[in-house]
Design a protein around this ligand. Sequence first.
Ligand SMILES: [Zn+2]
Length: 366
Amino acid sequence: MRRVCCICGEFETQSRKSSFSFFSIPKKHGLLRANEIQLVERRISAWNAILGQYLNRHYGIQCVCSNHFHSGKPSYLYLDNDVDWVPSKNLSNLQQHEESGIENVADCSLQSEALISTESEMVPNSVPGISCDIHCEDSNYDKNYNDTQLHSLIEESKKLKETIGSLEEKLKKEKLINRITDNDKMTKFYTGLKSWKLFLVMYKLLLPGIDHCSLSTKRSLQTEEQFLLVLMRLRLNLSEQDLAYRFHISQTSVSSYLAKWIDVMYIRLSRNFMVWPTREALRKSTPTYFRNKFPGCVSIIDAFEIPLERFNNLLARSSTFSFYKGRNTIKYLISVTPVGSISYISQGYGGRSTDVHITLDKKMLL
Ligand SMILES: [Zn+2]
């Protein structure tokens, strides 16, 4: 007798090689170990819940074809959490059968007749109608069983959704940016800005520049977090790797964010915040004690040096070597007003340049 899929009716023939594989419905047999018996029993009832009412719908040895397993075959007996522990794919045929009830009855009686004529010893009842009634009672029993199972699955899915929701909430709270928001003390510690409001003002000022230069790039971090990362780097001098671990991104991303944001900060902040004050503004803002001591002072200048890595190019290496620091540096001239705000920063000079050269070059004293 040919093997047939009791769900979709696909059957095995000798003349054509079927593209489906066929799997027997689990049975209890004598070779089982003690710990396997319970599992097998559970599996049999699970399969029955799905297939029970549709068994013997198609003539042949009742099997399930590979079309109803996600991996193409049933999972191993011990993997009872696996989706393929029972047939779970392409079961829509079942529903169609259920909906077309009238056809089912006709089909059912035809099937029964076929079964009776060929296997009369297996089906003692020779009246098709009675055999169909028995079938229907079975159907009701299995339907109730399915309903209970469905109900418990719905309950379980509700619980899982709640768990996911609470975990998402927890994860949100764990994010540094969410902990800093509205916490001025933390904002001050991590960014140097005195409040979260100030952080947002600065962020909004810089954002158009960032949006403009990152239209085509894929972001792994929200722009607000990128700005926080950059400020943390500037404030705490954290290494790129450290920031990568804190923000769960790669070091390459940290590096590219720093390069991008610092460029935008230079362009947008230097214009807005670094202004040379007017004499009137200076007169009003200079502290009295300072004004009495240094009445004509408009700015205090100094050159500062930032260490560099050694260049491979010999000319670049020698022009950036600072004898004063004993290593390669880049040098800037900075000017602050008597009240302490930065009013000017020069372009970069090699560490070899003297302070006098830079000052005269920028004609600061003229
Ligand atoms: Zn099938």
